[in-house]
Design a protein around this ligand. Structure first.
Ligand code: 3PG
Length: 208
């Protein structure tokens, strides 16, 4: 259940850690207005599923996914909540089986050539590369992609406005993802002006 086709237009994936599901709908609107067509709500907070439900019912125009997916049961719950794709910081045989059983487009993560090859064997040509900066960033992606030309990377972890362009300039990178334009203090305070400004700055970087 490779997510490559579903996400092929997406170059920037916001990774959202949300503590108040009531803020989810406005956040999704702000991102859409800034030119960001997809959103990944991480299953790191108690209200994550409620946030997914809220966005699914109020903002059908955004491509809605769940992140930090790490148990097979997560696939059924995020699908019921309205998510249409899943992202994980890693992978396991049971996660791959659950994604297939749920027919859920999935971006599992790999950090080594052996993990990349295992996921390619399962049909995953789009793979999260996490935590990107700690793994050597763009230099590592370039090195891995030489013997794995069919693979497209979805790096995340340590990407900021300072290095986003460098990642996107790498032909093996399909989409960058991260939290740098969604500061939690701004989201918790309902400071959507700041988020809107940072999101627009992020979009300007990817369009450069
Ligand atoms: C993720 O889940 O993709 C990462 O937590 C994002 O990492 P960042 O906070 O460094 O952008």
């Amino acid at each position: 259940m490779d997510a490559g086709d579903l996400l092929k237009q997406v170059r920037l994936m916001p990774v959202v850690v949300i503590e108040d599901a009531r803020k989810a709908v406005e956040l999704a609107h702000i991102l859409l207005e800034a030119g960001i067509g997809a959103i990944e709500i991480t299953l790191r907070t108690e209200c994550a599923l409620a946030a997914i439900e809220n966005i699914a019912s109020a903002v059908p125009g955004i491509l809605l996914g769940a992140g930090s997916v790490r148990t097979p049961q997560h696939f059924a719950s995020i699908s019921s909540a309205g998510a249409v794709f899943a992202v994980s910081p890693g992978h396991s045989d049971s996660l791959l089986a659950a994604a297939a059983a749920q027919r859920m487009p999935f971006v599992p993560a790999a950090a080594t050539a052996s993990e990349c090859i295992k996921l390619l064997e399962h049909g995953y040509r789009l793979q999260k590369f996490f935590p990107a900066e700690l793994l050597g960033g763009v230099a590592n992606i370039k090195t891995l992609s030489a013997p794995l030309p069919e693979l497209r990377f979805f790096p995340s972890g340590g990407i900021t406005s300072a290095n986003a362009r460098e990642y996107l300039n790498c032909p093996a990178v399909a989409c960058i993802s991260g939290t740098w334009f969604l500061p939690m203090d701004a989201l918790n305070a309902g400071d959507f002006e700041t988020i809107s400004r940072l999101a627009r700055e992020a979009v300007a970087i990817i369009k450069d």
